[in-house]
Design a protein around this ligand. Structure first.
Ligand code: ZN
Length: 204
C-alpha cells in the first residue's frame, strides 16, 4: 500500500507558507511504515522541535489503474476519509532550502494519520463540496472545503496515475487548507467530515 500526498492544493495554505502557486500538483509519497497504528498516540520525534498538523481529505483507491482519465476517475474510489499529514516543519525547511527530498520531514514513523472511519462518496451530494475540520483541544484550528482545492479529486487521480500505477488500498492525501500549526505534548486532535467525527488522537 502506498500513500500518495499532494502539496499546495489550497491557495490559503500556499499563502500562509509563502509558497508559489504550482503549475502542476506537488506530489510526494509516505512509506507504509509512517502510518500511525490504531489507538496509538502520536509521539513527537526527537529530531524536530516544530511538528505541524495538516488535516487532509483522503481517497481510498479500489481498483488498479494507470493513465486514468479524469472523466473515469470516479470509478476508482468509493471511500472518503480524513487524516493528518504530520510534518516536521523545521526539517522540511532545511531540506527545501538545500533542494533535497522531503521524506525525512514527512515520512517518519507515525507521520500519517488515517482516520478509522471512512464515508462512502454516495453519502455526499457533491464530493467537490465536502466540509472538513480539525479541532485541537476542542477548538477549531483548520477548516476547509474540497471546493477550495486547486485540483479536484478526479483531476488528482488522473494526474498521479500518469506516474504511479494505482493499486487497491492506496490512499491519496489531497492537501491541506490553512491553519497548520505546531503540536505539543498533551494535545488532542479530532478530525471531522461535516459533523461526523473521523478520528481522535493524542499527542505525546
Ligand atoms: Zn500535506
Amino acid at each position: 500500500m502506498k500513500l500518495i500526498c499532494i502539496g499546495r492544493n489550497y491557495t490559503s495554505h500556499i499563502n500562509e507558507l509563502k509558497n508559489e502557486k504550482p503549475k502542476d500538483p506537488v506530489v510526494f509519497l509516505k512509506p507504509d511504515s509512517s502510518v500511525l497504528l490504531k489507538n496509538n498516540p502520536f509521539i513527537i520525534p526527537s529530531f524536530s522541535n516544530d511538528v505541524h498538523h495538516e488535516v487532509e481529505v483522503l481517497i481510498k483507491i479500489k481498483k488498479v489503474g494507470k493513465h486514468i482519465q479524469s472523466k473515469f476517475a470516479h470509478k476508482y474510489y468509493d471511500d472518503i476519509g480524513l487524516g493528518i499529514d504530520f510534518t516536521a516543519r523545521d526539517v522540511q525547511h532545511q531540506l527545501k532550502s538545500a533542494g533535497l527530498p522531503w521524506e525525512k520531514a514527512k515520512g517518519f514513523d507515525g507521520a500519517a494519520v488515517i482516520g478509522e472511519r471512512w464515508m462512502s462518496k454516495t453519502e455526499f451530494q457533491d464530493v467537490n463540496a465536502i466540509n472538513f475540520r480539525l479541532e485541537k483541544n476542542k477548538a477549531t484550528v483548520q477548516s476547509g472545503s474540497t471546493s477550495e482545492m486547486l485540483w479536484k479529486i478526479d483531476e488528482l487521480i488522473a494526474y498521479v496515475s500518469q506516474y504511479f500505477t494505482l493499486k487497491i488500498g492506496d490512499i491519496i492525501f489531497t492537501g491541506t487548507p490553512s491553519g497548520v500549526g505546531q503540536v505539543k505534548e498533551g494535545d488532542v486532535l479530532e478530525g471531522f467530515i461535516e459533523d461526523s467525527s473521523i478520528f481522535s488522537i493524542q499527542v505525546k
